[in-house]
Design a protein around this ligand. Sequence first.
Ligand code: OGA
Ligand code: NI
Length: 357
Amino acid sequence: MAANYEDRDTLFNFVVKEGNGVKGLIDSGMSCVPQPFVQPLSERIATPNGQTCEAVQPIDLSQIDGPCHTEVAKQIVEAAETLGFFQVVNHGVSVELLELLKMSAHEFFEQPPENKAVYLKEVSPSKLVKYGTSFVPEKEKAIEWKDYVSMLYTNDDEALQHWPLQCREVALDFLKSSMAMVKRIVEVLMEDVGVILEEERMNSLVGTKMVNMNYYPTCPSPELTIGVGRHSDMGMLTVLLQDGIGGLYVKPDNGDWAEIPPLNGALVINVGDTLQILSNGKYKSAEHRVRTTNIGSRVSVPIFTAPTPSEKIGPLPEVVERDGVARYKEVLFQDYMNNFFSQPHDGKKSLDFARAD
Ligand code: OGA
Ligand code: NI
């Protein structure tokens, strides 16, 4: 049944509450963008501006523990200090698995809406799995053009039992084959500030792990909408698989938006707020956003790594000593996370929660 798109409540119920998603809206035959999805002018992304970060070569991780270690470490550190985003190849995740992940994301979202709606937050049979549309749609001025399913990791058995059938195995494989890389990159970044993390501390800092699958349906008027609004990620590092459609943009602190171009076989890595806080601002949690398109539905699969909720995060003493000032205060990660998920995306505002007074 087609929704009455003029009425915000009807549309909100159809898309968000009943879990039809943006995908359901498109499938119901909608051919123009309903008002609740229309972004204010300041948030719209004009036609692709052609600026890409193409000049930046992907970092070859096969060399990270070889004779070229110093060079590779330098590339990682430099990227984390400037853009906060880089791409990696030879990352230890098989290219076949990357293809399977994209396929299973399509498979999940292309099911009938009632199969997905069982995972809506209010009714999901598992606390680990949540399906929805946009970020905090109840509070947003304009709803983001994105459906997602998020899968929290506790242990293998629970993942294989509770995560949606279409994606459980591949998502778990992806997570498990990425974690060594995540830890190695964190180690390299920490080494550069003179910090050697004990194994236990490292495990706590990346102890919250979540695999998401994002689905950005093809959009009849991409210039009016946004896939994901300007934000930074809250955790340590995000590992992101994107498909070939493109549309992921990043904004350096004092620069212009530029696209992270799709690169077959590569993974995108970005620094999250926690790493910015721990490093006292040396490493940049990059502001990023996603454009929509009318050429096809885009999928992406991020792995978010973040501290365990009970972990206290603040600038590391070694770094504060070097800098002579602590730019952030110590906060309980649970509090940081609650604040992050309680507000609509708004650039790097999330970091204010930990800013030193
Ligand atoms: C995110 C995100 C980017 C993408 O989910 O936090 O920034 O390309 N996704 O989907
Ligand atoms: Ni993000």
